[in-house]
Design a protein around this ligand. Structure first.
Ligand code: 5RP
Length: 226
C-alpha cells in the first residue's frame, strides 16, 4: 500500500473494532437489565463505560413500564448518570440492603474471578456489591479469559491511602512479585485521585493462581483499600 492508503485501511479497521466493542457492550448491558431488574427493586449502579448502556436501558424501562426503581451509585460518575437519566437517587444510609447491583468488569476468568477498577471506582463498587443480594456483571467478549492477565494487561487495581502507596507497593511486590505502579492522571499533573481521595496502584503481576489467597493477603496490608 501507499502510505496514505495503508493509514486509511488501518484506521477504518480500528474504527470497525471499536464499533464492534461498543455494540457488544450495549447488547450485554441491555440483556443484563432486561433479565435481572424487576419492579420495586433497589439497584446498585456500577461505573465505567459499559454501565452507561445499562443505565440508558434502565431509564427506558422505567419510563415505558412505569417501574419503581431506587438507584444507589458506586461513584461520582454513576451518581451523575442516575441524575441525568431522571432516576431515583439514594445511598447506603437510606438503602443499606440492595436487591441487585449491576456493574462492568475489566476481565473475568473461568472461575468468574474478576479484575475490576480499570475506571478507578473499585472501593465503592465493592461496598455497594457487598450490600446486594445479587451481583450482576456485564462483560463482553473482550473480557472473557481462562486466566486473569490474558486479556487485561494493565494490572490489578489496588486503592491505597496516599501516605501508604510506597509501603503497600513494596509489600505487594515482595510477597507476590511483579510491580505495583502508581496510576498517573492523564489531564492533570500527578496521580489519579479516587472518589475517596485515595491513590491507585496497578499491580502488574507475573503469575498468580490462588486469587482468594492473594486477595486476602493484599487486604491485610495496612493502607490498602482493595
Ligand atoms: C470501574 C470498573 C469498571 O466496571 C471496569 O473498569 C469496566 O469498565 P468498562 O465498562 O469501561 O470496560 O471496575 O472501576
Amino acid at each position: 500500500y501507499e502510505d496514505d492508503q495503508y493509514t486509511h485501511i488501518h484506521g477504518s479497521r480500528r474504527h470497525h473494532g471499536t464499533l464492534m466493542a461498543e455494540e457488544a457492550k450495549k447488547l450485554a448491558a441491555y440483556a443484563a437489565v432486561d433479565n435481572h431488574i424487576q419492579n420495586n427493586q433497589v439497584v446498585g449502579v456500577g461505573s465505567g463505560s459499559t454501565i452507561v448502556y445499562a443505565v440508558d436501558r434502565l431509564a427506558e424501562r422505567v419510563r415505558q413500564e412505569k417501574l419503581n426503581i431506587v438507584c444507589v451509585p458506586t461513584s461520582f460518575q454513576a451518581r451523575q448518570l442516575i441524575l441525568q437519566h431522571g432516576l431515583t437517587l439514594s445511598d447506603l444510609d437510606r438503602h443499606p440492603e440492595l436487591d441487585v447491583a449491576i456493574d462492568g468488569a475489566d476481565e473475568v476468568d473461568a472461575a468468574l474471578t474478576l479484575i475490576k477498577g480499570g475506571g478507578g471506582c473499585l472501593t465503592q463498587e465493592k461496598i455497594v456489591a457487598g450490600c446486594a443480594k445479587h451481583f450482576i456483571v456485564i462483560a463482553d467478549y473482550r473480557k472473557d479469559s481462562k486466566a486473569l492477565g490474558q486479556q487485561w494487561k494493565k494490572g490489578v487495581p489496588v486503592e491505597v491511602i496516599p501516605m501508604a502507596y510506597v509501603p503497600v507497593s513494596r509489600a505487594i511486590a515482595r510477597r507476590f512479585g511483579g510491580e505495583a505502579v502508581l496510576r498517573m492522571a492523564v489531564s492533570k499533573a500527578g496521580p489519579v485521585v479516587t472518589d475517596n481521595s485515595n491513590f491507585i496502584l496497578d499491580w502488574k503481576f507475573e503469575h498468580a493462581e490462588n486469587w482468594k489467597e492473594v486477595n486476602t493477603a493484599i487486604k491485610m496490608i495496612p493502607g490498602q483499600y482493595r
